[in-house]
Design a protein around this ligand. Structure first.
Ligand code: HEM
Length: 515
């Protein structure tokens, strides 16, 4: 059979991209690594992206069986991901070739990418338990087995119920004053590079951590290690935190990789020791606080007499989920704020309209009084600017699920266990819904959009539970920023950090001056 025919047949029946075929041919040939690689290159010469990408990382012989570790399309994926247009070009090239659903080998696993509103609906509503959330191995290790992100079905629903109250609009009211004070102080002392504001807010909200002092420093140092390990893309290159998921294929682990994993385990242990001590003090009445942790301890610790013990959280479950909220809530909000400041800097007309909204709010207030809760809940243009930021930046570019059963989508058969990813970047850059998609234009959100065409905070049972908190933090911060300051970028660099949460690579440093 001709190579081309074989490729078409496999693509049609098994949804295989050419990368898969390379591996099959490789195994069938059973030739030496070098010879096979040369053969593969000549076989795939007509396929542009494959010719660029073909390359075998390692051949491991394990108990007599051969395993091939292939970087597949990871290199293209990573380089497009870090480019100013993000993974859009990676997706577009393949969608043009294979259609709305295609399969590739990226970041250490075979992955199906899908786009479109129909795919969103099926994957995000998780109809009939067809899919579950699919964390990378590092995420699973860092957050622990009891994390909300690893829970499914009834356990997931129960955990969501537990966190719903403190993160609801009413539940957040009591943190308004703290967030407002932190925003003002952060801006007064802002060096223009790193925004520590979001970490202070979430640390205080969850466990009443003071915004400065020894405990805050220790917390911050541990958190930094944990979050960078969580958000690193699982690409096996020295210097990345990811390596254990690929362990069975790795012949030798570099000392640097060992060190990175050891550091994140140590940081997690140290964070948990800190939480153990806080929980113990709360339980014996030494310290009483009105925070998120307290509500979990009161309602759900074993040994209290509110409900039957089976329905309560163990300390392990509590700690894994506190860490989950810290990790899920910090990098995302920081990235959103950073992109927002960048887009405003690049779009003076939008900034002017936004500033007008905030100056009007300020002007209608008595002199000497500060921003109020009702004002922060009435900032329509700011909300559109935030939505447009989340659309344009798409800081979580794909939502990953694992097929819990075989199912069909758009005529393609998805098999149980496959990693299935919703390509949100393409949805957010669909020119039918968002004409001239590269343009930053908050007026796109003047009229309601069709369901599943904008997914800034996701949708369905896994929709972001921290959405109200993120909006609150951002609206407060932006209010003080645009009312009092102007800023300009220190350097021009549009590349993007290659992490799970998309962030400008240089963190968008700015020079800030009072207005
Ligand atoms: C601008 C900031 C934020 C953005 C853009 C954002 C975005 C998202 C998105 C898109 C999802 C769904 C992902 C999927 O379906 O696979 C999600 C889930 C989640 N977010 Fe957020 N988020 C933000 C802030 C926060 C905050 C502040 C918290 C916590 C306090 C938080 C906690 C979570 C958690 C725990 C989940 C998982 C929910 C589940 O699996 O049931 N996020 N977020």
């Amino acid at each position: 059979m001709q190579t081309k025919e074989l490729m078409n047949l496999m693509r049609k029946h098994w949804l295989l991209s050419d990368v898969y075929i390379e591996i099959i041919i490789f195994i069938e040939l059973g030739a030496s690594l070098r010879a096979t690689k040369l053969r593969l290159l000549s076989l795939t010469i007509d396929s542009k992206h494959l010719a660029l990408d073909s390359g075998i990382l390692a051949l491991v012989i394990e108990n007599g069986a051969q395993h091939v570790v292939h970087h597949g399309e990871s290199l293209s994926f990573l380089s497009d991901f870090s480019s100013p247009s993000g993974i859009c070009s990676f997706m577009h090239k393949r969608q043009q070739r294979y259609g709305k659903v295609f399969k590739s080998f990226v970041l250490g696993r075979f992955t199906v990418f899908m786009t479109g509103r129909e795919a969103s609906k099926i994957l995000l509503t998780g109809k009939d338990g067809m899919v579950s959330l699919n964390l990378f191995y590092t995420g699973q290790q860092v957050l622990g087995p009891n994390s909300l992100l690893q829970a499914n079905g009834e356990t997931h629903k129960r955990l969501r119920r537990l966190i719903a109250d403190p993160l609801s609009i009413d539940g957040l009211k009591k943190y308004f004053h703290f967030i407002n004070t932190q925003a003002i102080e952060t801006l007064d002392q802002w060096s223009g590079r790193r925004i520590l504001f979001t970490l202070k807010v979430i640390g205080n909200m969850i466990m009443s951590l003071e915004p400065s002092g020894e405990e805050q420093e220790k917390f911050r140092a541990n958190f930094k290690v944990i979050s960078s390990s969580f958000s690193s893309l699982p690409f096996k290159i020295p210097g990345t935190a990811f390596y254990r998921g690929m362990k069975r294929y790795i012949i030798r682990i570099t000392p640097y990789q060992c060190l990175a994993m050891r550091r994140s385990v140590k940081a997690r242990d140290s964070m948990f020791a800190m939480l153990d001590s806080i929980i113990a003090k709360r339980r014996n009445g030494e310290v009483i606080q009105q925070d998120f942790l307290e509500s979990l301890i009161i309602k759900h610790s074993k040994g209290t007499n509110t409900a039957d013990d089976e329905n309560k959280l163990t300390d392990k479950q509590m700690k894994d989920n506190i860490l989950t909220l810290l990790v899920a809530g910090h990098d995302t909000t920081t990235a959103a704020l950073t992109w927002l400041i960048k887009f405003l800097g690049e779009n003076p007309a939008v900034l002017e309209q936004l500033r007008e909204e905030h100056l009007q709010i300020k002007a209608s207030r008595n002199v000497g009084t500060d921003l109020t809760w009702s004002e922060v809940n009435n900032m329509p243009y700011t909300n559109k600017v935030l939505s447009e930021t989340l659309r344009r930046a798409t800081i979580l570019p794909w939502y990953s699920r694992k097929a819990a059963q075989d199912f069909e989508i758009d005529g393609y058969n998805i098999k149980k266990g496959w990693s299935v990813n919703l390509d949100v970047v393409s949805i957010h850059h669909d020119s039918e819904t968002f004409p001239d998609p590269e343009k930053f234009d908050p007026s796109r959100f003047d009229a309601p959009l069709k369901a599943f065409s904008y997914l800034g905070f996701g949708s369905g049972p896994r929709m972001c539970p921290g959405m109200n908190l993120a909006k609150l933090e951002i609206c407060i911060f932006i209010h003080h920023l645009v009312c009092k300051y102007k800023w300009r970028a220190v350097e021009k660099d549009d590349s993007v950090q290659p992490t799970l949460v998309r962030m400008p690579k240089n963190k968008y440093p700015v020079m800030v001056e009072p207005l």
